[in-house]
Design a protein around this ligand. Structure first.
Ligand code: AMP
Ligand code: MG
Length: 350
């Protein structure tokens, strides 16, 4: 286990787009930069040519997702958002957006609206529609926050009729940042299966999906510590599974010495506090990703109920004091670093 954790940790340090030297003849690894993060693909025991062609296909798919679904760079989603803001219907020019809208609406309902990709205007207002978050920062005007909360943009405002999409609420601005990586990971694994590859792992900046095994052993992965540097725990994956983590250690704004997370509570329009990281394991990557964001918003009070509603079976949450909250089934699966074992509170079963 220790050897693996070291390998994983070194893996986190790689940057740029590169083909890594294989750790063994059977392991093909390639990394590239997209979605503002480093994506690594590992494929077990297929000929190098087949593996490299599969990775090229996934890079193409990810580039398309990036172009079509980006929240602020011009593409199909910004076109749709502009049409909504102007009170106009949008003619579907990019059909791949429709299943994304469908899934987003389902997760919106399952999470009691805590996962709400319609709050793009709030996310923008808090300064998160920027690649560089280090620039000088002004706290958003409180009356503007209140106005947007009162307008209550939601996925239920969106209607699809034939090849037209429109919104009954002009305050809706879609931002799929909370589940795009999970969605992309699902597509990548599906593509690998179509190409005859059944043992692989796709890791987008620590949000990952695996399929099959690494030879006769399961894929072992590390869950990043909310301090953004260490590994908190390791887990062995079981066949096709994804592990998605929401954390405020990667994207945040600082104002007068206080940190503001990129996850916004749609009920009050304010960045959430409480959990610094929430990790979900599920077969469905998009669901795990959406749920990791929803449970961050739900907080200590409601995470268990929302996890049940979303059909989640494995959850681990870390609060600002470093205390770990975990459901019994997840507790059975994760292994903490022995020397850095945190305080752990096991919840009722899910
Ligand atoms: P994640 O890291 O998966 O939790 O996704 C965080 C991203 O989701 C943010 O950068 C925003 O783009 C978006 N977001 C923030 N708050 C919400 C929310 N309550 N519901 C849906 N998306 C959100
Ligand atoms: Mg998420």
């Amino acid at each position: 286990m220790r050897t693996y954790i070291t390998i994983f940790f070194i893996g986190l340090l790689f940057t740029g787009c590169s083909k890594q030297p294989a750790q063994s003849d059977q392991l093909y690894q390639q990394q590239f930069y997209i979605f503002g993060t480093l994506v690594g693909i590992s494929i077990w025991d297929v000929p190098e040519k087949q593996a490299s062609e599969a990775v090229d296909a996934i890079i193409n798919d990810f580039q398309a997702i990036h172009n079509h679904f980006h929240a602020w760079k011009p593409g199909a989603l910004t076109d749709l958002n502009q049409a909504i803001a102007a009170g106009q219907a949008w003619t579907v020019t990019e059909p791949s957006l429709l299943p994304v809208l469908e899934q987003a609406t389902l997760f919106f309902h399952q999470s009691n609206g805590l996962f709400n990709p319609a709050v793009g205007q709030l996310i923008q207002l808090w300064g998160f529609h920027n690649d560089d978050l280090s620039s000088t920062y002004q706290y958003p005007p409180p009356d503007k926050i209140a106005e947007l909360v009162a307008l209550a943009p939601s996925m239920d405002d969106i209607k699809i009729q034939g090849n037209l999409v429109f919104s009954s609420n002009r305050a809706v601005q879609l931002d799929f940042g909370a589940f795009a990586k999970g969605y992309a990971a699902d597509l990548a694994i599906k593509k690998l299966h179509q190409l005859g590859i059944h043992n692989a792992i796709v890791n987008a900046g620590g949000n990952l999906k695996a399929t099959g095994q690494k030879g006769d052993k399961p894929w072992l992965i590390g869950i990043r510590h909310p301090n953004g540097e260490d590994i908190l725990a390791a887990v062995a994956l079981r066949g096709e599974e994804s592990v998605m983590t929401s954390g405020n250690y990667e994207r945040f704004r600082e104002y007068k010495g206080k940190r503001y997370s990129h996850i916004i509570d749609p009920r009050n329009g304010i960045p959430v506090k409480g959990f610094t990281s929430v990790t979900i394991i599920s077969q469905n990557g998009a669901l795990a990703d959406a749920a990791s964001t929803a449970l961050t918003v739900a907080g200590l009070q409601d995470w268990h109920k929302i996890a049940q509603q979303m059909g989640i079976k494995y959850v681990m949450l870390v609060d600002e004091a470093g205390t770990v909250y975990i459901n019994p089934a997840m507790a059975e699966r994760v292994q903490f670093q022995p020397k850095k074992k945190p305080k752990i509170i096991i919840s009722e079963p899910l």
